[in-house]
Design a protein around this ligand. Structure first.
Ligand code: ADP
Length: 501
C-alpha cells in the first residue's frame, strides 16, 4: 500500500487477546484505506502465527477453565442480550467507522447496525432452549439420554463487505452454544471489529472468550485454520479461499461452515409488476455497490419484454447519485479496496471483449463528486450469453448482465447453469409459476417479488459451490455443538461378560 501525504495522523489500533489490547508479536502494522479518499486513515497490527497461537491458547483456557464454562446457558444468554443493548447504544459510531473503512453508505450502515443487535438477542434467547432427549432405548435396564455440548474454540474468518453483520452471524450462535472464539477480520476492514470489541468488553464476558487477531489471510487466517486447538472454522469469503480452508481443515478433521460466492439469477417474467421488478433488479445489483455475495448479477428477462424492461431499468439506474458515502443523499458508493476496484474494471473489459453491448456505464466514474475515490459507474450489459465469463464469474461490483429467455424451462436452465447456488429472485404475479420456480431453482435462498431480504430467523447459505452449512435460524446453532449419548445402567448386577445374551 502506498503511503500518501496525510493531513491527519492515522488512527492506531491494537488487537484484542485474552481481555487485553495488545500489539502484534512483530510490532508491525499495515495501513487501512478510506475508499472515498483513496487515502490511508488507520494503522492495524499485522498479526501472524504467534499472535494466532496466543489468541487460540487464550480462547482454549477460557473454554476449559475460569468463569465461562461455569455459566448456565441462561447466563450466557443474558450476556448476549446485554451485548445487543450496548450495540444499540453504539450503532451510530460503529456505522460511521464502517463507512470510513469500507465505503458503504451511511444510510445502509445505519440500518444494518440497528439490525445487528437482533442476532445477539435472538441467539441469546435461544441459548437456554436447546433441549436434549431421553431416548426410549431398546435395551432393558438402561437409561439413555443426550446432551448438546459446545465444540471448543471456533475460528471465525470474515470478509470486508459487511464485517460486523457477518461477525454477528457467527459470534452470536457460537457464544450462545458455549464456545469461545478467535475472530480474524479482513485486512481491508479491521477497524470496525476492533471498535466493536470496545463495546463487547463492556458487556462483561470473561477474558479470552472472544479474541481478535488482525492481519493478512496467509499470515493470520491460515494459522488459525491450521491450529490444532481450533475445533471449527466459520468462514465467509471467496470460493477460492473457502476451498483452501476446507482442504486445510480436512487435515485436522475440523468442522467448517463456508459461505462463499454467488452469481445469482434475478428472473423477470412478462407477467411481473414491471415497476417493482425494475426496483428489485436495481437493488439486486447496485445496493452495496454490487459487493454482496447475493448480488443479482445475472438479470434474466423474458424476451417479449426484454427491450422495454431494459429501457426502464437504465432510466432508473441513471438517477443514482454517487459520491461521499457519509452523505445521506449518496445512493452508490465506492468499491471497498483498490484490488477489487481493478478487478471490477478488468471484468468490464473482459465483457466488452466478449462482445456485449454496454447500455449503461462500463467505466470508472469520473464525476467530480467522486473525487479520487474508487468509483465504478453503475453498469448494464445486454447481449450477454450465459456461457460468457461475465455471466459465469463473480464480479463483486456494480455490473449487471442481462440475459433473455423464452419460457420457464429455459429460465431454469440458464439460472442453474453456474457453479454457484446462493440466491435467486423471481418476479411474477402467477402463483403457480412462483412456487414451481422456487422449487426448481438450485439456490439456498429464493426471493419472489422481492430481493435481498435476510433475517436472523431464516436459514442462509449456499447450494453447490456457494458453500457448506447454513447461518441464521434456530437449527444452525447445532452446527456449533456436538451431541453426546449417555448410557446409565439401571441393572442391579453387571452380567457375566463371557455369557452372550
Ligand atoms: P476477498 O477476495 O473477498 O478478500 P477472501 O476469501 O480472500 O475474499 O477473504 C475473506 C477472508 O479470508 C479475509 O479475512 C481474508 O484475510 C481471509 N483469508 C484470505 N486467505 C486466507 C487463507 N489462506 N487462510 C485463511 N483465511 C484467509
Amino acid at each position: 500500500m502506498q503511503v500518501q501525504a496525510k493531513s491527519q495522523p492515522l488512527e492506531q489500533y491494537k488487537m484484542y487477546i485474552d481481555g487485553q489490547w495488545v500489539e502484534s508479536a512483530s510490532g508491525d502494522h499495515f495501513e487501512s484505506d478510506n475508499p472515498f479518499t483513496g487515502q490511508p486513515w488507520a494503522l492495524i497490527p499485522k498479526g501472524g502465527k504467534d499472535d494466532v497461537d496466543r489468541a487460540v491458547q487464550a480462547a482454549h483456557r477460557a473454554f476449559v477453565s475460569g468463569d465461562w464454562p461455569k455459566l448456565t446457558a441462561s447466563q450466557r444468554g443474558a450476556l448476549l442480550r446485554k451485548l445487543g443493548d450496548l450495540l444499540t447504544t453504539h450503532a451510530k459510531h460503529l456505522a460511521e467507522i464502517e463507512v470510513r473503512d469500507n465505503g458503504k453508505l451511511i444510510a445502509e450502515m445505519s440500518a444494518q447496525l440497528n439490525y445487528v443487535p437482533q442476532w445477539y438477542y435472538y441467539y441469546g434467547g435461544l441459548a437456554d432452549k436447546i433441549e436434549s432427549s431421553v431416548i426410549p432405548i431398546d435395551k432393558p435396564d438402561n437409561f439413555n439420554y443426550t446432551r448438546y455440548e459446545p465444540l471448543g474454540v471456533v475460528g471465525a474468518i470474515v470478509p470486508w463487505n459487511s464485517p460486523l453483520l457477518l461477525t454477528a452471524w457467527k459470534l452470536a450462535p457460537a457464544l450462545a452454544a458455549g464456545n469461545t472464539v478467535v475472530l480474524k477480520p479482513s485486512e481491508y476492514t479491521s477497524a470496525s471489529l476492533l471498535e466493536f470489541m470496545r463495546v463487547f468488553e463492556q458487556a462483561g464476558f470473561p477474558p479470552g472468550v472472544v479474541n481478535v487477531v488482525t492481519g493478512f489471510g496467509p499470515d493470520a487466517g491460515a494459522p488459525l485454520v491450521e491450529h490444532p486447538l481450533v475445533a471449527k472454522i466459520a468462514f465467509t469469503g471467496s470460493e477460492k479461499t473457502g476451498r483452501m480452508i476446507y482442504e486445510t481443515a480436512a487435515r485436522g478433521l475440523k468442522r467448517v461452515g463456508l459461505e462463499l460466492g454467488g452469481k445469482s439469477p434475478n428472473i423477470v417474467f412478462d407477467d411481473a409488476d414491471m415497476d417493482n421488478a425494475v426496483k428489485g433488479a436495481i437493488s439486486g445489483i447496485f445496493a452495496a455497490t454490487g459487493q454482496t455475495c447475493i448480488a443479482g448479477s445475472r438479470l434474466l428477462v423474458q424476451d417479449n419484454i426484454h427491450d422495454e424492461f431494459v429501457d426502464k431499468l437504465v432510466v432508473f439506474a441513471k438517477t443514482a447519485t454517487m459520491g461521499d458515502p457519509m452523505s445521506l443523499d449518496t445512493q452508490v458508493g465506492p468499491v471497498t479496496n483498490k484490488p477489487q476496484y481493478r478487478k471490477v474494471l478488468d471484468y468490464i473489459d473482459i465483457a466488452k471483449g466478449e462482445g456485449v453491448q454496454t447500455r449503461l456505464g462500463g467505466a470508472k466514474a469520473e464525476r467530480p463528486e467522486c473525487g479520487d475515490g474508487w468509483f465504478v459507474e453503475p453498469t448494464v450489459f445486454t447481449g450477454v450469453s450465459n456461457a460468457m465469463r461475465i455471466a459465469q464469474e463473480e464480479v463483486f461490483g456494480p455490473v449487471l448482465s442481462v440475459i433473455p429467455f423464452t419460457d420457464e424451462d429455459e429460465a431454469v436452465a440458464i439460472a442453474n447453469d453456474v457453479i454457484y447456488g446462493l440466491a435467486a429472485g423471481v418476479w411474477t404475479q402467477n402463483i403457480r409459476r412462483a412456487i414451481t420456480m422456487a422449487d426448481r431453482l438450485q439456490a439456498g435462498t429464493v426471493w419472489v417479488n422481492t430481493y435481498r431480504a435476510v433475517s436472523y430467523m431464516s436459514p442462509f447459505g449456499g447450494y453447490k459451490r456457494s458453500g457448506l452449512g447454513r447461518e441464521n435460524g434456530q437449527d444452525m446453532i447445532k452446527d456449533y455443538m456436538q451431541v453426546k449419548s449417555v448410557w446409565i445402567s439401571t441393572a442391579t448386577e453387571v452380567p457375566n461378560p463371557f455369557v452372550m445374551r
